[in-house]
Design a protein around this ligand. Structure first.
Ligand code: HAM
Length: 421
């Protein structure tokens, strides 16, 4: 019987693992520069946390969530996104305290969505995300966008994406807009697809970003959020745009950008790739959520955040050839000429590793041609041969595979020379 990995999942090893580690280590390092603390929350949570806060009518809850009953009949879900779990933890552990400043967390999480797998879209995937919790400064929002933008630039993706922003209004304004949209779409049902008709009363925002219907005039001419924004909201949005320009960050305002999760209010944003192979897919999505912390049982505080899909980021870095040389550089391969000296070879390998040298070892008897092939594959240039009499005379043979030079060396002198003492 043979087994295959479930559809939409990935095995990571060798190059793929090195790339994943490179990307996540780099993101951890940038987060530290921004003074974010790492947070880790459970991979599964109570289903209700996601249903109530991502929104019952979103695709994530209606079609994509992996949920099940545990052995005690609790309704559990594998997390489809990171924000809800982080806020649950912030509230449950009362991390908010009495501070006047925002709490800043980042996470690198495995997530699960039952989507149709394709390039850059998986059922099990990873996000790097950040959340500013309990924020009251407008500048946290600007910083959040600058942070996201700087990640893409840091990896060398300048000019390979478009930043889209929109203001979907505060909680009240958004609700007024939704009410008007319901009236409008109910009056224009004939022009909508079956799926959109079913969404009118559930969540008309999903019609605005529907792949097919968003191209129709009936959707293009639907009431706009800008008609419902207060002067203060309009001024703030204008101020944000002015600041982005001053910081040299290019953007487009896109009134159809509503995001696929219901907790957003005010400003939302997406960084969209212009890659050939990934198509116009979102690499980073984020925005402000005014009421989510309160809905999860915490204080009436605002949060802001974004998340980047690591598989999509890695795909782009591959496509544009932006990965540096990765992988562990093996300095020496220790090999024995016969079965006699395996323990000596092992002890020498460990001694060199303890001295900080990266050493691979092979204890089996192996033909020189096979060993050379192995070393070439692993980009190893030097073999330390343990000869039959190495233990007795404390000498080894050093073979340089580039020059084909072989030297019989005194072991202690050799060690001293390579550790540079
Ligand atoms: P999201 O837009 O649903 O937002 O996901 C963010 C990013 O995760 C996407 O832009 C994409 O790069 C990646 N992603 C989403 N689905 C998949 C998938 N099936 N396969 C591979 N990558 C995927 C959120 O999840 C929000 N929690 C972001 C946020 C944080 N907002 C505020 N704070």
């Amino acid at each position: 019987m043979s087994f295959q990995k479930p559809r939409g999942t990935n095995d990571l090893f060798y190059d793929a693992m090195d790339k994943f580690n490179f990307v996540s280590d780099s993101l951890k390092n940038v987060s530290k520069k921004y003074c974010f603390s790492q947070i880790e929350t459970p991979i599964f949570e109570h289903l209700e946390l996601f249903q109530k806060n991502i929104g019952e009518s979103t695709d994530i809850i209606q079609k994509e969530i992996y949920n099940f009953e545990d052995k005690s009949g609790r309704k559990i879900a594998l997390r489809p996104e990171g924000t809800a779990g982080v806020i649950r933890s912030y509230v449950e552990n009362k991390i908010y305290g009495n501070k006047n400043t925002s709490t800043k967390f980042f996470y690198i999480s495995k997530l699960f969505r039952y989507e149709r797998p394709q390039n850059g879209r998986f059922r099990e995937f990873h996000q790097f995300g950040v959340e500013y919790l309990g924020t009251s400064s407008f500048y946290d929002l600007i910083e959040c966008i600058v942070f996201a933008d700087s990640i893409l630039k840091k990896f060398g993706l300048d000019n390979k994406y478009i930043l889209k922003i929109n203001n979907i209004g505060n909680f009240e304004e958004r609700n007024k807009w939704i009410k008007k949209l319901k009236e409008y779409f109910n009056n224009n049902k004939m022009e909508l697809s079956e799926t959109s008709i079913n969404r009118i009363d559930l969540n008309p925002l999903r019609i605005i970003d529907d792949k097919e219907d968003s191209k129709k005039n009936v959707v293009k001419n639907a009431p706009k959020i800008s008609d419902f924004l207060s002067q203060e909201q309009k001024d703030n949005f204008f101020e944000l745009q002015k600041s982005l320009l001053q910081l040299g960050i290019k953007y487009e305002v896109d009134e159809s950008l509503v995001r696929g999760l219901d907790y957003y209010t005010n400003v939302v944003f997406e960084f969209i790739s212009i890659s050939n192979s990934l198509g116009k897919s979102t690499i980073i999505g984020g925005g402000v959520y005014q009421k989510l912390i309160k809905h999860i049982g915490g204080p009436d505080q605002t949060g802001i955040g974004f998340a980047i899909g690591l598989e999509r980021l890695i795909h782009l870095l591959d496509e544009y050839n932006l990965f540096p040389n990765l992988g562990n550089k093996i300095e020496y391969l220790v090999a024995t000429k016969s079965k006699k000296n395996e323990l000596f070879a092992l002890a020498l390998s460990c001694k060199l590793r303890n001295l900080g040298i990266c050493v691979d070892s092979i204890f089996e008897e192996i033909k020189p041609s096979k060993l050379n092939k192995y070393a070439t594959n692993k980009k190893i240039k030097n073999i330390i041969w343990i000869n039959d009499d190495s233990y007795e005379n404390q000498k080894i043979t050093l073979e340089n595979l580039e020059t084909n030079k072989k030297e019989l060396l005194d072991l202690e002198e050799f060690i001293t020379s390579i550790i540079g003492v």
